[in-house]
Every structure is written in structure tokens, then in C-alpha cells.
Ligand binder design. Structure first.
Ligand code: AMP
Ligand code: MG
Length: 444
């Protein structure tokens, strides 16, 4: 597949001294290109409107009707003929006979002729003959009610322009128009628009099913007792949560032990998935089981990517039991590395499958409040807490940046980037920040 396919056993471990640049390493962009080249938009599915939130519309939506279907009133008031109220004022009120009432959802049963009006509610169809609605405030309606007078007549106090408060049929959408184009993301407003056209199911690009497999003899599952020498598997959880957050459907396969048979068996459960994400066992110094099995079951590449955290990355494909080819991404084992590698490579891959075009995360420019070190010429993604203060974004490193320190990921809402060609960034310097969360606190 590529010259970076290190499938052989007992590969000599390179040691990278301080500041040494490994020429074998892929840039983040190279790794990104190679991964994304293997993904494409999935097929569509048709499903209930409310279940389509966040998915990509896979059909053009044309309106089968006009919206509103009929001209209707924008106010509570009187539907009348403008010619009857020309010159009306408080000094010169125009008196009209009230011949009926129409509420929203009901059809008027009379025509408005000269000298007459129909009492009308917001959203009710405009009666034939009427061309204007005068709101109650511009009539003696309130006064009549207060005095207990019947509402069989009304005095109009204002000469409102013709068509005033009449919402024409088709004002929002005319029949047959293209209302929503395929390719857009369905949000709450689109769900509302589609429902307003009377449709309760639509075609959207289906969500990918992404298998999650942790590997390692040291792992135990949360909710079970912890034996000596073991740790709880957090990667399955953080990765599954990230898959769901990216719009995929996670399928947790559990923990594969560092044994040929167990890993082989566990990988068989990936049948029918659109992507398999494993964690651990892919770095250069690792015991070779994961690499061996992946190589046996498909075609794998083991890369070093010029980034910190998350240098090791495996990517290739598995052949499933039905002879289908499934892309597989092997994330590094360290919990922060696994999450950052997911951000950089798995999230965009999932978005391609979902048919989403724009970059997964917004970037902002901001000022660092603490230093970021770059010791060996990699692109550093530093966990930072971003806040908007005094007109600028401020990024504060969230503490120790070791790839095993998951709590500093939990405190972060962004990843600040130190480019590979800089020895670091000092407090006060400008940085680009990938926003992981974009909440009110940041948006102000
Ligand atoms: P490895 O890539 O197998 O060398 O693992 C690197 C580090 O990540 C080791 O300290 C592992 O114990 C840890 N690790 C591997 N898998 C997980 C996991 N699923 N959850 C938490 N830590 C893990
Ligand atoms: Mg391991």
C-alpha cells in the first residue's frame, strides 16, 4: 500500500533524541490525506422526520403547497374594504356593520360587501371582498366592550393602507418551489420547514456504524472489580462517546487481550460495520500481536505522524467474514493520544461518511496565557481552556500535558496548536485554537 507499511516482526525500534526530526514521519496533512482518500459518503435512508436531526438531507425538498395556503390575517381586527375607510380618523370615524366573525382554522362564511366588516383573528383566512385588516386598537372595539355594547357595528379610527395586515397566500413558500437543497444539514429549523409542508419522513445520508475495540492485557471494564496491575479501559468509552458526538453509531466490541486468538475473534464481530476503531498496540515499541493480527486480517500501515500527542497511528483495511472491506483505524493507547488522534482523523472520516463537507471543528485565533513547549519538532496540540475576555480569546493550558493525563483533556475546550518548526510558544503569543466545545461562555 505504501512504503510506510511496517508489517515485519521485530522491527528495530528507532530512538529519537531531543530535537531530532524523524524523516520517516508523516506530516499531519499527509496522514490526513491518506486516511480521507479511503472514505466516501454513505447511502441514504428514509426515516421519520424527528429522527433526522443533524443528518445530511439526501433529496431536494420541493413544496407540494403554498405557505400560507390562503391569504390570512396578521392581526386580531376587522377585515374590510379599504375604500370604506379612506380618510378615517378619531375625528372622522367610519362606521361599518359587522356581519360575522372568523377564527383561525375556520373558513369565513360571508363576503364583505361595501359598508361591512368581519371580525377576524390572527391566522384566520381573509374573507372574500375584504382587502385590509384594521387591528382592534384602531377601532372602538375596546370601548364597546367596556360599555357592554353589542359588537354588531364598529367605528374605524384610522385610514390604514390597502393590504395592511393581510399575509398573502404563498408569502413564505409558493407551490412547487425548491425549499431545501440536498446536502444541507437538517437542524431544528429545517425540521420545522419540512413539517410545515406536511412531510413526516425524509431521505438523509445514513449514520455510519463504527466498531470500537480496546486492546491490552491490562484492561478491565468499568463496573467490575479492579485486579492488581490492571487499569480500567477508558478508551472504549471516550472513543464511543466521540463517535456518537461526531454523528456515528458506536458499536462497542469490548476488550481484546494481547493474544492472537482473542484479537482475531473479537475482530470478527466487526462484520457489517463502516469503520473499526481500535486503541493501543500500534506504537513502534509495542508487542507485535496487534500488528500481526491486523496484518493477517487485512492490509495495514503503521505510521508515525509528526504530532504530539498521538504520534503512532495505524490505518488500513480489514476483510470481514462476508468478504467486505472495512477501513480500520488503530489509535494509540494513551487516553489523550486516542482522543486527539480521533479528533484529527476519525472525526473527519465519520463526517465524510455522513456527507458533511465543512471542517468538523471551528478554529479561532487567541492569546496564550501560559507557555507551550515543543521539544522534538512535532506539531503540538496543547489542551487549553479558552475564554473570551476583553475582546479576545484567551487560551490557558489546562495542566500537565502528558498523553496519559486525561483530566487535562476534561478541563479543556480547545486544542492550541504549536507548529512543528517552533521550539514552543510563550505566554502572550498568538495561537490558533481548534475549538472542541463551543458554548455560550466562549461565544459572548
Ligand atoms: P500501548 O499503545 O498498548 O503501548 O498503550 C499505551 C498506554 O495506554 C499504556 O499505558 C496503556 O495501559 C494505556 N492504554 C491502552 N489502552 C487503554 C485503554 N483502553 N484505556 C486506558 N488506557 C489504555
Ligand atoms: Mg498495550
Amino acid at each position: 500500500m505504501s512504503s510506510h507499511n511496517h508489517g515485519s516482526h521485530h522491527e528495530p525500534a528507532h530512538s529519537h533524541g531531543h530535537g531530532h526530526v524523524d524523516e520517516d514521519m508523516l506530516s499531519v496533512e499527509q496522514a490526513y490525506e491518506r486516511v480521507m482518500a479511503r472514505f466516501q459518503t454513505l447511502e441514504f435512508e428514509e426515516k421519520a422526520l424527528l429522527d433526522c436531526m443533524g443528518q445530511v438531507l439526501a433529496e431536494d425538498i420541493k413544496s407540494p403547497l403554498a405557505l400560507p395556503p390562503l391569504a390570512n390575517s396578521g392581526m386580531d381586527g376587522y377585515a374590510l374594504r379599504h375604500s370604506d375607510i379612506v380618510g378615517a380618523s378619531h375625528e372622522n370615524p367610519k362606521n361599518l356593520e359587522v356581519i360575522g366573525i372568523v377564527a383561525a382554522g375556520h373558513m369565513p362564511n360571508r363576503t364583505v360587501g361595501p359598508g361591512t366588516a368581519i371580525r377576524i383573528m390572527t391566522g384566520a383566512p381573509i374573507p372574500d371582498g375584504a382587502d385590509t385588516v384594521v387591528p382592534f386598537e384602531e377601532t372602538d372595539e375596546v370601548e364597546r366592550k367596556r360599555e357592554g355594547k353589542p359588537l354588531d357595528n364598529v367605528a374605524v379610527f384610522a385610514d390604514m393602507p390597502t393590504g395592511c395586515n393581510v399575509r398573502p397566500a404563498g408569502e413564505d413558500i409558493s407551490e412547487g418551489t425548491l425549499v431545501l437543497e440536498r446536502g444541507i444539514i437538517v437542524r431544528a429549523a429545517e425540521i420545522g420547514v419540512i413539517a410545515s409542508l406536511g412531510m413526516d419522513s425524509i431521505k438523509v445520508i445514513r449514520r455510519p456504524i463504527v466498531a470500537v475495540l480496546a486492546t491490552g492485557d491490562e484492561l478491565e471494564t468499568a463496573g467490575t472489580p479492579l485486579s492488581d496491575g490492571k487499569i480500567y479501559d477508558s478508551n472504549s468509552f471516550s472513543v464511543a462517546a466521540s463517535i456518537a458526538d461526531a454523528g456515528g453509531i458506536p458499536k462497542i466490541l469490548g476488550i481484546a487481550r494481547d493474544s492472537l486468538t482473542d484479537l482475531t475473534t473479537k475482530l470478527e464481530a466487526t462484520s457489517g460495520c463502516d469503520l473499526v476503531v481500535t486503541s493501543a498496540g500500534v506504537s513502534k515499541g509495542d508487542y507485535d500481536i496487534v500488528k500481526d493480527v491486523l496484518n493477517q486480517k487485512g492490509e495495514m500501515n503503521f505510521w508515525s505522524v509528526r504530532m504530539r500527542p498521538a504520534k503512532p497511528l495505524a490505518f488500513g483495511q480489514l476483510n470481514d467474514l462476508e468478504g467486505r472491506i472495512i477501513p480500520l483505524m488503530g489509535l494509540p493507547g494513551n487516553p489523550v493520544s486516542a482522543m486527539v488522534a480521533f479528533e484529527m482523523f476519525a472525526r473527519p472520516a465519520i463526517r465524510i461518511m455522513l456527507g458533511k463537507k465543512e471542517k468538523p471543528r471551528p478554529m479561532v485565533g487567541g492569546v496564550l496565557t501560559g507557555a507551550i513547549k515543543n521539544e522534538d519538532g512535532r506539531r503540538v496540540y496543547a489542551r487549553v481552556e479558552v475564554e473570551f475576555k476583553d475582546g479576545e480569546y484567551r487560551a490557558t493550558p489546562t495542566g500537565p500535558q502528558g498523553s496519559n493525563i486525561l483530566t487535562s483533556m476534561s478541563k479543556a475546550n480547545g486544542l492550541a496548536i504549536c507548529p512543528e518548526d517552533l521550539a514552543g510558544k510563550d505566554a502572550g503569543e498568538q495561537v490558533q485554537i481548534i475549538m472542541l466545545d463551543w458554548n455560550e461562555e466562549v461565544q459572548i
